[in-house]
Design a protein around this ligand. Sequence first.
Ligand code: GDP
Ligand code: IMO
Ligand code: MG
Length: 423
Amino acid sequence: MAVDLLLGLQWGDEGKGKIVDVLTADYDIIARFQGGPNAGHTLEFDGIKHVLRTIPSGIFHEKAINVIGNGVVIDPVVFVQELDGLEQFKIDYKSKLIISRKAHIILPTHRLLDAASETSKGKAKIGSTLKGIGPTYMDKTGRNGLRIGDLEQDNWKEKYRNLANKHEALIGFHDVQIQYDLAELEKEFFTAVERLKELTFIDSEEYFQNAQRNGKTILAEGAQGSLLDIDFGTYPFVTSSNTTAAGACTGLGVAPNQIGEVYGIFKAYTTRVGSGPFPTELFDEVGAEMAKVGHEFGAVTGRPRRCGWLDLVALKYTCQINGVTQLMMMKGDVLSGFDSLQVCTGYKYKGETIHHLPYNIEAENVTPIYTEFPCWKEDLTKMSDPSQFPAELNNYIDFLEKELEIPIKVVSVGPDRTQTIHR
Ligand code: GDP
Ligand code: IMO
Ligand code: MG
């Protein structure tokens, strides 16, 4: 069986958690392939809202096995908090949550390094979630990292100590001094590692090969969004992993020719949290209304998300990079009652009109060119079938499908599992 992928096509928070939860009914295995606790994936059902950070969004289904792949970075402290959050819902995570031995571990000093690096950047800061993501991936590519499989070796604490000592020296090199109590942080870390060790560690690439051979259906869950990809995103205002389709191959050990459907998920508008360029950003009351109605606050940091119109130039780019085969449009309900809608269909760049993403998309380099659409007035949140869609919504969807040349198969009209309409 091929491995299907679900990816965010914008700057994250598109609603991946919700859709993975919905799709899990059709899959045996859900696998996270990159990122770490910088992610906040929200799912809602039975009137309860859950936010997952490292754990795949299939965990609430009875049967699905949830795998944390080698491409993920795990903070044992956050991870244990997530496990505790599951306990009250009687989720038997010990039997259905497994972790790749090759996944890297976020140390307390990685978080401190993240803070030192961001603080010393001043105004040029990335706007990181400060979860230690960048420093952990740096140690991975620098070949210094501590991995889950190391926890099964007798000398892992020695490896830990060497790495933490190096980090302390590096923290000292930064211009700014940050305050911390490492003994306290380590106490919490070592306790969490003992809990983590109660779970099953696997060689995930072999696990996926066997699962495929045995006809199991697998869905890979992306974190962040394609515009935060380390290679193809708005560098340096990106995260430190490949959030795009290729990241699923390296983050799980699945060959490119084994990839099946690529579900691309996007909001009917655009949001971004943290620093970096955002050509269609709104600074007026329309943007403020999107933020208010859409509850656009970060699931992890609580920071307000910047809001703006849908950017089709960027969306075409990310569909192409990922090889998206079907689209899912989220949060159309948030726009109900807006006077009109704008969609960016090109940029003015150095005096010319362009339809691709140039190297520099800062406000001083690109000016969005918009096409205007009438907006639907109806409340979409109670709808359950495309036949109920207002003409303006159908018109919007038709335009996007035509421009992107990919079908929009799902329209989400609210945060709940049930507010999902298949076309
Ligand atoms: P993720 O990181 O991609 O999983 O997305 P987040 O969970 O960070 O952010 C998406 C937010 O939108 C969450 O609060 C969801 O509950 C909510 N949400 C998802 N889909 C919809 C939708 O169709 N309409 C509305 N109003 N909210 C949605
Ligand atoms: P989910 O999976 C939105 C952003 C941060 C910052 C940049 C780098 O919930 O969609 P990092 O902590 O990775 O060093 O931060 O990336 N960012 C996200 N924005 N959703 C996310 O994840 C994000 N994960 C990181 O705000 O701008
Ligand atoms: Mg999120």
